[in-house]
Design a protein around this ligand. Structure first.
Ligand code: QVW
Ligand code: ZN
Length: 329
């Protein structure tokens, strides 16, 4: 399929046995957009021109204007790019955890060459570079022309914290970032190609079995969507997903603590995305019943407190079981 595709086909989507409904797609000036964002619900926003000035960010343009800077590129032996925190690989963890990918630095021209010469069976690549002042002046010019007026107005209205970073993502067709949640609000702007995002509300915590909080794969689901182990993760069968397929010029609001699986469509050429991560605002007034994301935050904190207190993560499971089994079940 040529890169300039103006739409996508079902055959470009990977098959998972997950019931999906569609994320609403609304124009940026539709009042329901801010309503959904205020309710911490996902929405595809059209016509915002948020990153219109980056519409020309294809590899040729970026090679020309980012030549001097080196970029972070993730390499994977397969199409899965499951994030892990290197700092969480403690000596005790060392012989138990095998990093599924490796991180390298390379110039964007090298990245482009390897993408163009890629052959099946070789390591796949995923450029994931924070936009900072090392990029060239042309890129800076494009960056300052993002629609900061529009997104800053939303940041203020929703009382979010500061913008923490913008990540430039250039992925090979078919690349997958498996299901995880982030602790930040995210405006995910699609620049080139199409990405499919499958989202699950924070309430799905019990069905998506995140790794333990001190594991390198903290915040990532343990469930392999392509071959789910229903003996280990029986409640995975209960998940209900919300699907957003985003193309050039569209922005997906990924609410803080919402689970998301992201794939670059098969045979769609490489994809370019820019995300906007904001610190989530403070929970001002606790209103009961608590919302899913608040319960998720509580569960994370309880887990952290217990591991700090017991020191041995192995003891945490048996202590939780002693508290719950036969008592809170
Ligand atoms: C490292 C971030 C990857 C991104 C998903 C994707 O585009 O592959 C994501 O998960 C996010 O923007 O939160
Ligand atoms: Zn994410």
């Amino acid at each position: 399929m040529c890169d300039g595709s103006s739409s996508w086909k079902e055959s470009q989507l990977r098959n998972y046995d997950i019931p999906l409904k569609s994320v609403p797609k609304l124009s940026f000036d539709d009042p329901r957009v801010e309503q959904l964002i205020s309710e911490n619900k996902p929405v595809i926003i059209t016509g915002s021109d948020l990153v219109y000035s980056a519409s020309k960010w294809n590899l040729e343009y970026l090679e020309k204007h980012m030549e001097s800077s080196t970029c972070t590129v993730i390499m994977s032996p397969n199409h899965i790019f499951k994030y892990f925190d290197e700092k969480a690989i403690t000596p005790a963890m060392k012989n138990k955890f095998v990093p599924p990918t490796r991180k390298v630095s390379m110039k964007i021209s090298d990245f482009s060459k390897r993408l163009n010469n890629w052959k099946s069976g070789e390591e796949r690549l995923y450029l994931q570079q924070t936009l900072n002042n090392t990029v060239g002046p042309a890129i800076v010019q494009d960056f300052i022309k993002f629609r900061w007026d529009w997104i800053t107005a939303i940041q203020k209205k929703m009382a979010w914290g500061p913008l923490t970073s913008n990540l430039l993502l250039i992925g090979m067709e078919g690349n997958v970032t498996p299901c995880h949640y982030d602790e930040q609000q995210n405006f995910f702007a699609q620049v080139k190609g199409w990405k499919r995002v499958i989202l699950f509300s924070p309430e799905h915590y019990g069905c998506l079995y995140p790794h333990t909080v001190f594991h390198p794969h903290d915040r990532q689901s343990q469930v392999d969507f392509e071959k789910p182990d229903l003996n280990k993760f029986p409640r995975f069968e209960e998940v209900q997903g919300e699907e957003a397929i985003v193309g050039p010029g569209e922005v997906l609001y990924i609410p803080v603590y919402w689970w998301h699986h992201v794939e670059s469509l098969l045979n769609g050429g490489y994809t370019v995305s820019i995300n906007f991560w904001y610190k989530a605002g403070p929970t001002v007034d606790i209103i009961y019943p608590l919302q899913g994301h608040q319960k998720l935050a509580i569960m994370r904190n309880v887990e952290k407190m217990l591991i700090e207190a017991l020191k041995d993560p192995e003891e945490v499971g048996s202590l939780f079981r002693a508290i719950v089994l036969g008592r809170y079940t």
